[in-house]
Design a protein around this ligand. Structure first.
Ligand SMILES: C[S@@+](CC[C@H](N)C(=O)[O-])C[C@H]1O[C@@H](n2cnc3c(N)ncnc32)[C@H](O)[C@@H]1O
Ligand SMILES: [Zn+2]
Length: 405
């Protein structure tokens, strides 16, 4: 039997202990999961799962969750953590196409004593999202695939309760989303990706834009609650509601991003049924581009303040040692940047490279901008970047003055 051949290991994450295939044994020198891993578990995604646990608790402060589904569950770790670490007695449907993963996840469910709150189903995620939600639709769906989540999103949206629900989605196809393969991004996410100093923000906005369109085509609206960006993946948490009127209203949140490689100025331009001639306002006199374009994508807010403030309260009440050391810092930065996502972040190092400036410490720029009355925040997207109400021209001027001292 397969199960006897799999070399397993006991892992602990958060407050949850579970078994999975031994990552070190199967990955050799690489020390991270490879395709030879019989059951998928990536310890490096702990930050993703920690925030997912925290955000589910934050969501449950306002909305009830009775039934959830994780259709690509692997070892089951993510849902096991929801069941074990979040309050309430919601029921979980976990699925995987890999019979070994199903067998492992079933054993983990049993060992942790969740037989009456969870079941693990073998089969294809798209099919199971549709069939398993027939009796009672889901209040929470978590899509965490290899690579792109795009093929699962229509079934995911349709499986969500008509009363509304939480949808969390990870994407790891970063070369596509970050401008290496813009045409594939257009095919998968309905918008061109682009290389830019804030390429991860473009990635998130493409994913949110695509979720908006999929939700809209199913008469649903999409409200962003939070996003997470790291080098290896992006993740978004949105609330889906059956609400055509709201979805129509949100059409103004779909647009394109334009970015000048000459002066680093960016702007958002709404998509509109009226033909518009919107001139690009280069922020440096005489600059003529070239200008890159990304989208169509989501140009609306990326975070909801109330949601993040609930997450902060939950974190303050939690035992920190169970979480990845980065969690408090990431959440704090999300709270800071939350009100300033109406334009992309500015990467100070990229701006300094462009003008051959020595980069000052971010904190110095932040203070100078505040002195001049601008709003400014750090961003969890990048340690070298800020969000501000100041234009890129004003930020450039402050750095130039600092360099001229
Ligand atoms: C990235 S892993 C999931 C990791 C898991 N969510 C976690 O947090 O550890 C993706 C999983 O999807 C499964 N899978 C791939 N294609 C599938 C499909 N069409 N239907 C169901 N499961 C599928 C794989 O076997 C794998 O276990
Ligand atoms: Zn320019």
């Amino acid at each position: 039997m397969h199960e006897q051949m799999t070399v397993e290991k006991e892992y602990s994450e958060g407050r949850t202990t579970f078994l999975s295939a031994d990552v070190d044994h199967y990955s050799g020198d690489k020390k991270q999961p490879t395709s030879s891993l019989p059951v998928f578990y990536n310890p490096r995604m702990q930050l993703n799962r920690d925030l997912s646990v925290l955000f589910l608790m934050a969501y449950m402060e306002k909305h009830s969750v009775e039934m959830m589904c994780e259709p690509l569950t692997g070892s089951g770790v993510r849902t096991l953590r929801y069941l074990n670490e979040c309050p309430g007695d919601f029921y979980a449907k976990m699925c995987d196409a890999n019979p070994l993963a199903v067998e492992t996840a079933r054993r983990n469910v049993e060992t942790l004593g969740f037989d009456d709150r969870a079941e693990v189903i073998h089969g294809d995620a798209k099919v199971l999202l549709m069939t398993e939600s027939r009796g009672k639709r889901f209040d929470f769906v978590d899509i965490d695939p290899f690579g792109t989540p795009a093929p699962y999103l229509s079934a995911a949206v349709q499986s969500i309760s008509p009363k509304g629900g939480l949808l969390a989605v990870t994407a790891t196809d970063m070369p596509v989303l970050c401008g290496v393969y813009p045409k594939i991004a257009l095919r998968r996410y309905g918008g061109f990706s682009a290389r830019a100093p804030y390429t991860h923000e473009i990635a998130i906005r493409l994913l949110n834009g695509f979720i908006y369109s999929v939700a809209g085509s199913n008469d649903c609206s999409m409200e962003p609650l939070a996003v997470l960006s790291t080098d290896h993946y992006i993740r978004t948490w949105v609330r889906i509601e059956t609400n055509r009127t709201e979805s129509n209203r949100q059409a103004s949140k779909l647009g394109i991003i334009r970015y000048c490689t000459g002066c680093m100025h960016s702007d958002f331009v709404q998509l509109s049924s009226k033909v518009q001639n919107v001139d690009f306002d280069h922020k440096i006199k005489g600059c003529a581009g070239p200008i890159r374009v990304a989208g169509p994508l989501w140009i609306g807010d990326l975070f909801k303040d109330q949601f993040l403030s609930n997450a902060t309260k939950v974190l303050e009440k939690s035992e920190m040692e169970h979480y990845h050391r980065k969690v408090p810092d990431v959440l704090e930065k999300m709270v800071e940047e939350s009100g300033l996502t109406n334009r992309p972040y500015i990467d100070i190092h990229a701006l300094c490279d462009l003008h051959n400036f020595a980069p000052p410490k971010n904190q110095i720029i932040i203070e100078k901008l505040k002195e001049q009355g601008y709003q400014v925040a750090r961003t969890h997207f990048k340690p070298t970047a800020i969000r501000t109400t100041a234009s890129v021209e004003e930020v450039t001027r402050i750095i130039a003055n600092y360099n001229a001292r």
